[in-house]
Design a binder for this molecule. Structure first.
Ligand SMILES: Nc1ncnc2c1ncn2[C@@H]1O[C@H](COP(=O)(O)OP(=O)(O)O)[C@@H](O)[C@H]1O
Ligand SMILES: [Mg+2]
Length: 271
């Protein structure tokens, strides 16, 4: 099982969109995929068409309960946290209750490692786990980074995108030295790229010069079908499989497979 955290302290760069569409693309390739909605805004949960508490998810438990549980979660109880969505990928869902969790977590001595422990218990059930995160470096994001083998950083081609990458690299260094030495950078994925825009091209050139191989060769283009698909609670691969967005995410998933295979999970990526 490879655990990949999607992170960038900036909001609106495509973390949730990448989690959803890479997850579905890998599931189409025959992998067993679990997505975890680690953001109290619960955009990923709605994108997958899951409403906790409503049919057919009446009995679904949500991520906040994993963080709040005083006992280890195993056996039959563990099953109650995993929903199978219409698209076939599995999900640990969230709702607003997750926003109250951080406050409580501070008093737990193992506060950084709760998610990691839970995922260790389902190691054999999935090939890829994607952890979506909120746009900040709070305890929810720290938990996701402590649980991960690698980090994928979506960026939009803007003037300040490099600053965001520098920040996330510093965070990764800190997580590595304190809790999770196996954490590597899987890569930086350019999103909402428009080749017609000079700024997009310039920023991509700068990113390539600065990041080298850490920059994905695949770029996700700005594509209306991608934005529309979330409103329809379908991945872009289901919403319009001939769209540019569907093709981009399918190609990015292929590159992700190559990168996870080459990096071999526990080895450090070149960054
Ligand atoms: N490649 C794309 N083309 C068009 N719209 C996109 C693309 N990627 C993301 N979006 C839109 O941009 C907005 C922010 O994306 P989102 O994945 O929610 O960002 P984040 O999770 O980082 O906050 C959403 O409305 C989404 O539909
Ligand atoms: Mg998001």
């Amino acid at each position: 099982m490879k655990i990949i955290t999607i992170a960038n302290q900036k909001g609106g760069v495509g973390k949730t969109t990448a989690t959803m569409n890479l997850g579905v693309a890998l599931q189409r390739r025959g992998y067993r995929v679990l997505l975890v909605d680690g953001d109290p805004q619960a955009n990923l949960t709605s994108y997958l068409g899951v409403t906790p508490g409503e049919a057919p998810f009446e009995n679904l438990r949500t991520l906040d309960e994993i963080y709040l549980s005083k006992r280890p979660i195993d056996g039959e109880l563990r099953r109650q946290f995993i929903a199978v969505s219409g698209s076939g990928v599995s999900l640990i869902a969230s709702d607003r209750a997750l926003s109250g969790v951080e406050h409580y977590l501070f008093s737990r001595p193992d506060r950084e490692l709760v998610l990691s422990r839970f995922l260790a218990g389902i190691r054999d059930e999935f090939d890829y786990v994607f952890l979506d995160t909120p746009p900040s470096l709070n305890l929810l994001t720290v938990n996701a980074l402590c649980a991960a083998d690698a980090v994928l950083v979506p960026v939009q081609p803007e003037f300040f995108s490099l600053e965001g990458i520098v920040k996330i690299r510093q965070s990764i260094e800190e997580i590595r030295s304190r809790w999770n030495p196996r954490l590597s950078i899987l890569g930086v994925l350019p999103n909402q790229v428009s080749h017609r825009r000079k700024l997009s091209r310039e920023v991509l050139d700068t990113l390539r010069a600065e990041l080298g191989d850490a920059l994905f060769a695949t770029a996700i283009h700005d594509n209306a079908a991608v934005a529309e698909s979330s409103g329809h609670a379908e991945s872009v691969l289901d919403y319009d499989r001939a769209s540019r967005g569907a093709r981009d995410f399918t190609e990015a998933a292929e590159e992700l497979i190559r990168r996870t295979t080459n990096h071999g999970g526990s080895k450090q990526a070149r960054t």
